[in-house]
Write a protein of this length. Structure first.
Ligand SMILES: Cc1cc2nc3c(=O)[nH]c(=O)nc-3n(C[C@H](O)[C@H](O)[C@H](O)COP(=O)(O)O)c2cc1C
Length: 191
């Protein structure tokens, strides 16, 4: 096993019938997640003790799963160590982790993750694109902005919007439009 890299790996985490972007932290050989309370992912990881990291490079999917739910048909069942888990279908690779809550606080908890099974399906080469990177940044800031409406975060989203418009391709522009749609729907339009 060893698809993830030292540092924080941004993946789409699946739990049962749920998908959301999450960071998997790899430091000194140990895998962890910090889960903010209130998300379905936090609730499911605490309850069921597993999570699947889907390695995918799709800006639209990152935005969609950060702000919305996927239909039941979007999940593929896999049997891992005798129980069923859900992963996403069109991913480059996936890793199923056993997850145990290591530290629990009022707003967040930390889970320590142990890889159970790792599969590489269809790896793709991704030239670095600042527009793509900015979609990920804008989506992270967007989820935080919906929590706290901090005007400084709104400025960061605006900064990344201009990079996406300058450097992104059609997928990044579609992701930006979707992000702006979710922010507007939440009464938090920032364009
Ligand atoms: C790139 C990215 C990384 C994120 N990483 C985390 C994380 O590590 N922990 C967390 O609790 N939320 C993280 N979030 C926010 C969640 O994805 C967001 O709160 C989402 O709505 C949770 O969905 P759920 O309720 O379906 O679990 C991240 C968002 C993005 C866009």
């Amino acid at each position: 096993m060893g698809l993830l890299q030292e540092g924080i790996n941004e993946v789409i985490a699946t739990t049962w019938s749920n998908a959301a972007p999450m960071g998997i932290i790899l430091r000194d050989g140990a895998y962890r997640m910090v889960l903010f309370r209130g998300s379905h992912t936090a609730m499911n990881v605490e309850r069921w003790g597993w999570v699947v990291a889907n390695i995918v490079h799709d800006p639209v999917l990152f935005v969609k799963t950060a702000f919305d739910d996927l239909p039941q048909s979007a999940f593929v069942e896999e049997e891992v160590e005798g129980f069923l888990v859900h992963r996403l279908p069109e991913v480059e690779a996936w890793i199923a982790f056993d997850a145990a809550i290591e530290h629990s606080a009022r707003e967040s908890m930390t889970a320590i993750l142990s890889p159970m099974k790792e599969m590489t399906l269809s790896p793709v080469i991704h030239p670095v694109n600042r527009g793509y990177n900015s979609v990920i940044e804008a989506a992270v800031h967007g989820t935080r902005y919906l929590w706290n409406r901090d005007p400084e975060i709104r400025k960061l989203i605006d900064h990344h919007r201009s990079i996406i418009r300058r450097c992104g391709g059609p997928k990044e522009l579609e992701a930006l439009e979707m992000l702006d749609g979710y922010l507007a729907k939440a009464g938090a339009s920032s364009s």
